[in-house]
Design a protein around this ligand. Structure first.
Ligand code: ADP
Ligand code: MG
Length: 262
């Protein structure tokens, strides 16, 4: 005879689930119990189903929290990315990056190409994959990161802030090159890249080829040192083609046939 014979089993499960901080078990055990009886599941199958619901909910909550902590400007997914619009995109490399092994290996991704080509979209989409794979991620523009670090520097907390950023396994630095940096900003950008070197991944997007980073960083030596650390373990993807926005206009519905008026 079971130790619980004659007791309030449902109440006991609710109590135990609360002790375990597993509310999904409390919420699902009864309906799954009915289903298990109706479909003749074994005890082990029933237990696995109840625990599986609880774990699935934790995973979903974890991803949701990581996605909101990441501060993406928009949610853009790989599934929404139309490769037909970008025939030169290296699909196999992007598919490989989507497995997030580059994050496990602390490698970087550099997405280069003209405005509107889909760099930010791909950067967000890959970072979402990483968040789904349980890696803490954070997104900001290059100027956004610099502002944050300059603020920390002003308060004598730069080292602390850089170390804090290392809890993110992946950071996205969007739009390097749109706005030129002054010398102090360029130095902070170098420090950011250097502090991530072999400790965590970055995805960098830029409209400028590496040969022109000296212009945006205001100094060829700083640019060379930054690029050196960035690309040592990196997947560099140069995207080429038309802006997605412009292309969408051009491939829109054909203009209506002119009306003939007699
Ligand atoms: P970039 O960062 O290279 O300037 P974005 O990633 O911001 O370009 O892309 C511009 C807009 O076009 C975004 O809304 C993005 O979602 C969309 N877009 C770009 N390329 C594609 C694509 N191949 N498939 C679907 N949407 C795309
Ligand atoms: Mg962009």
């Amino acid at each position: 005879m079971s130790a619980l014979a004659g007791k309030d089993v449902a109440g006991e499960i609710t109590f135990l689930a609360r002790e375990l901080k597993a509310p999904v078990i409390a919420a699902t055990f009864s309906a799954l119990g009915d289903q298990a009886r109706a479909e003749g599941w074994s005890h082990e199958e029933y237990l696995a189903a109840v625990l599986g619901r609880q774990v699935a909910s934790r995973v979903a909550n974890g991803t949701r929290m990581r996605l909101s902590a990441a501060r993406f400007p928009q949610i853009k997914t790989l599934e929404d990315f139309t490769f037909e619009h970008l025939p030169t995109a290296p699909r196999d490399i992007i598919a490989h990056l989507a497995t997030t092994t580059f994050v496990a290996r602390k490698e970087n991704v550099v997405l280069l190409g003209p405005p509107g080509i889909g760099k930010t979209h791909l950067a967000i989409a890959l970072a979402i994959k990483a968040a789904e794979a349980a890696y803490p991620v954070a997104f900001n523009s290059a100027t956004g990161w610099i502002t944050r670090l300059a603020d920390a520097h002003e308060h004598g907390r730069l080292e602390v802030e850089l170390r804090r950023l290392n809890r993110y396994r992946l950071i996205v630095i969007d739009e390097v090159g749109y706005l030129p940096f002054d010398a102090a900003s360029a130095a902070l950008f170098f420090q950011l890249i250097a502090s991530r070197y072999e400790t965590g991944s970055v995805i960098v997007t830029s409209n400028l080829a590496f040969s022109r980073w000296g212009e945006t960083l205001g100094d060829d030596v700083v640019a060379a040192a930054t690029i050196d650390r960035l690309v040592h373990h990196a997947h560099v993807i140069a995207l080429d083609g038309d802006s997605y926005r412009t292309r969408a206009h051009r491939t829109g519905p054909p203009p209506a046939a002119p009306q003939t008026t007699n």
